[in-house]
Design a protein around this ligand. Structure first.
Ligand code: RP5
Length: 164
């Protein structure tokens, strides 16, 4: 059983959403990906959301662009945490439509919205949620942060050496 469901409104979202999958892979977290469209396949969305918990998923990452209703509608039909990824898609004016469609949820139905095209952080946030009950994953995430810190310090040293 996969722990994270990575769903998207269209296969055209994949070039963005693959960053979520890449980080989940890097952290050793099981996942499943599929396309579920809120507007074009509403019954499929209903089936997915209603069955997500019994399928064994712990977290849902949902990406969509334009009139991006997928994350919010899925969140309305499950109690699993839903992370929304606003995507600047072909039908998106400048990305704000995607952001606001996912971000401005009514009280009662939360969607954790990451930055525009922020699929990597969606994967990391899913990992953090899972790490609450997984000590090994929590240690892996701590090491991930240490590696980032060291990478920044190395870059700082290079900048300073060259007095850029
Ligand atoms: C949204 O419409 C999808 O999430 C995608 O971001 C956008 C464009 O979809 P396609 O027309 O490329 O299938 O529902």
């Amino acid at each position: 059983m996969a722990k994270v469901a990575v769903i998207m409104g269209s296969d055209s979202d994949w070039n963005i959403m693959q960053a979520a999958v890449n980080i989940l892979k890097e952290l050793g977290i099981s996942y499943r990906t599929t396309v579920v469209s809120a507007h074009r396949t509403p019954e499929r969305m209903y089936e997915f959301a209603k069955n997500a918990a019994t399928e064994g998923f712990n977290v849902i990452i949902a990406g969509a662009g334009g009139a991006a209703h997928l994350p919010g509608m899925v969140a309305s039909m499950t109690t699993l945490p839903v992370i929304g990824v606003p995507i600047k898609s072909s039908n998106s004016i400048d990305g704000w439509d995607s952001i606001l469609s996912i971000l401005q949820m009514p009280n009662g139905i939360p969607v954790a919205t990451v930055a525009l095209n922020g699929a990597k952080n969606a994967g990391l946030l899913a990992a953090r949620i899972l790490s609450v009950s997984d000590t090994q994953l929590s240690e892996t995430l701590a090491q991930y942060n240490l590696n980032m810190k060291e990478a920044v310090l190395k870059k700082a040293a290079i900048v300073e050496q060259n007095n850029l």
